[in-house]
Design a binder for this molecule. Structure first.
Ligand SMILES: Cc1cc2nc3c(=O)[nH]c(=O)nc-3n(C[C@H](O)[C@H](O)[C@H](O)COP(=O)(O)OP(=O)(O)OC[C@H]3O[C@@H](n4cnc5c(N)ncnc54)[C@H](O)[C@@H]3O)c2cc1C
Length: 238
């Protein structure tokens, strides 16, 4: 059942450095994933590591990725061990020393064996999840995929069985003697902002901007304050 699996059951997901920034609660993993818009898919193709930025969605304890059925990274990932990361930049941390400059962030890494979804019903459900991750309310407001469009789309499923979450918040952690320096220090908060909606020049004049677009326009997406995660302040930038 959702939320009951341990987050990091394996050796490769154990944080080694700055472990106090690690999260062990599955709810923290969901919070980081659900607040994101894009992930990075890491897969080895013919002996070369490839990292692909792409959209995604979460359905329970499965991460879903999609792309063209000609997408080499998605096809190569089928049956392979892959790694997917999701990162939120929450602030630039300016310390008194260059060394202690840092970044406030929330990030998740998911390892696992990927599976190309072949069942059309499952793929359709996955595409709905991915669409709703980007623009909640969009699926019901648009024309669904045709059989041809569905055939042109590959969907990859990755179980959220082996994951880690790391979070940094708070001010810089300078060396004690540096606090007396005449150097500005602090945090420059950062968040992803949507601008005002720009109607397509070919939009029918009688089509108004729908509520699900107005709900996003001009707002920050997935900012740290929207999530349940908090963290002790660490000393180093990573
Ligand atoms: C936006 C951002 C900027 C960063 N900038 C830097 C930088 O400039 N320099 C730097 O050294 N580090 C940076 N980090 C931290 C970096 O991601 C690593 O956590 C850190 O470098 C430790 O790496 P390691 O190989 O020693 O990790 P280890 O602790 O050995 O990693 C072991 C396991 O811990 C987990 N893990 C490690 N890091 C993360 C993470 N960030 N999120 C989720 N799980 C994780 C993974 O499961 C990994 O397999 C940054 C992180 C973010 C999100």
């Amino acid at each position: 059942m959702e939320g009951e699996l341990p987050l990091s059951p394996t050796d490769r997901t154990q944080l080694r450095r700055l472990r106090e920034r690690g999260r062990t609660d599955r709810a923290d993993l969901y919070a980081v994933l659900d607040a994101g818009l894009i992930c990075h898919l890491g897969v080895v193709i013919d002996g070369t590591p490839v990292v692909l930025p792409t959209g995604y969605g979460r359905s329970g304890d499965t991460l879903l990725l999609h792309g063209s059925s000609a997408n080499r990274s998605l096809a190569s990932a089928d049956g392979q061990d892959i790694c997917v990361t999701v990162t939120h930049l929450d602030g630039l941390v300016c310390a008194r020393s260059v060394f202690h400059h840092s970044i406030n962030y929330r990030s998740a890494m998911v390892f696992g064996r990927a599976r190309l979804v072949t069942d059309d019903e499952e793929r359709l459900a996955a595409l709905q999840v991915i669409t709703e991750q980007l623009v909640p309310g969009r699926w019901a407001a648009t024309r669904g995929p045709t059989g041809k469009e569905l055939a042109a789309t590959a969907v990859l499923a990755l179980p959220l069985a082996e994951s880690s979450v790391k979070v940094r918040t708070g001010p810089p952690g300078d060396d004690e003697e540096d606090y007396a320096l005449n150097v500005w220090a602090g945090v420059l908060p950062a968040a992803l902002m949507f601008g005002a909606a720009e109607p397509d020049p070919r939009l029918r004049p009688d089509v108004a901007t729908p509520q699900h677009i107005r709900a996003l326009a001009g707002r920050a997406r997935g900012a740290a304050s929207d999530t349940a995660v908090t963290s002790p302040v660490g000393a180093r930038g990573d």
